[in-house]
Design a protein around this ligand. Structure first.
Ligand code: PGA
Length: 253
């Protein structure tokens, strides 16, 4: 079953709104024409969403946020709601990134609440999972993925799963320059798809986009994306430079 390649740039806490606006303009020029072969999303900080929204969306690029609140509105200082994101043209939202799990105490139960809230509001979540180096070396990668997939997707229906993307991001490969080999990544993706199949049925599992994330760059995107269960990428560092990110996308096609 053909799953359309989906590559998202996660800019993390980088770029002012002005820098983001200039970079998106450049990216749109560099990526013109790839829209029928791949979906591309940019996920800037909240503060840049408004500034880049119309340029990105009019070029067919999807706009993503890096987090959202699991509450609708009210006295939650510092939080950003789904409705606020929708109002800016956001369609995708990253939830459960390992940096949120590691530095802000997000666990599977918070991740599933956020994903469910996103879906109920009309946003599409990109749910991140992945093992640490310690866990991989202890041979518990599959156990960790089983727990994270079951906990982070708890309460999500099969129908909503079709609007949900999974990002497999081994923590040891994020921002370290250490990429999982295509085979290591493929094995984890195939395992995640088997978990989805057990939970949602094979037809649904075959339709879910599973992105790989962790030191993806222009020089390795082709071999990673060539693997049968790798349907795209969630890219951090290498998405910051428009020319490098455009090359990464084009090499993956
Ligand atoms: P990286 O980050 O590409 O810089 O390794 C990936 C991510 O954290 O999404």
């Amino acid at each position: 079953m053909a799953r359309k390649l989906f590559i998202a740039g996660n800019w993390k806490m980088n770029k002012t709104a002005s820098e983001a606006a200039a970079d998106v303009k450049r990216l749109v020029e560099l990526l013109s024409g790839v829209g029928d072969k791949a979906r591309v999303a940019v996920c800037p900080p909240f503060t840049a969403l408004d500034r880049i929204s119309s340029v990105a969306r009019s070029a067919g690029m999807e706009l993503g946020a890096q987090n959202l609140s699991d509450k609708a509105s009210g006295a939650y200082t510092g939080e950003v709601s789904a409705q606020m994101l929708l109002d800016l043209g956001v369609t995708q939202v990253i939830v459960g990134h390992s940096e949120r799990r590691q530095f802000y105490g997000e666990n599977d139960s918070i991740v599933s609440k956020k994903a469910i809230f996103a879906l109920a509001s009309g946003l599409c979540p990109i749910v991140c999972v992945g093992e640490t180096l310690e866990e991989r070396e202890a041979g518990s990668t599959e156990k960790v993925l089983r727990t994270q997939i079951s906990g982070s997707l708890d309460g999500i229906s099969a129908e909503d799963m079709l609007r949900t993307t999974i990002a497999y991001e081994p923590v040891w490969a994020i921002g370290t320059g250490k990429t999982a080999t295509p085979q290591q990544a493929q094995d984890a993706h195939a395992f995640i798809r088997s978990l989805l199949s057990a939970k949602y049925g094979e037809t649904c599992a075959q339709k879910v986009i599973i992105q790989y994330g962790g030191s993806v760059k222009a020089s390795n995107s082709k071999e990673l994306m060539a693997m049968p269960d790798i349907d795209g990428a969630l890219v951090g560092g290498a998405s910051l430079d428009p020319a490098g990110f455009a090359d990464l996308v084009k090499n993956a096609l």
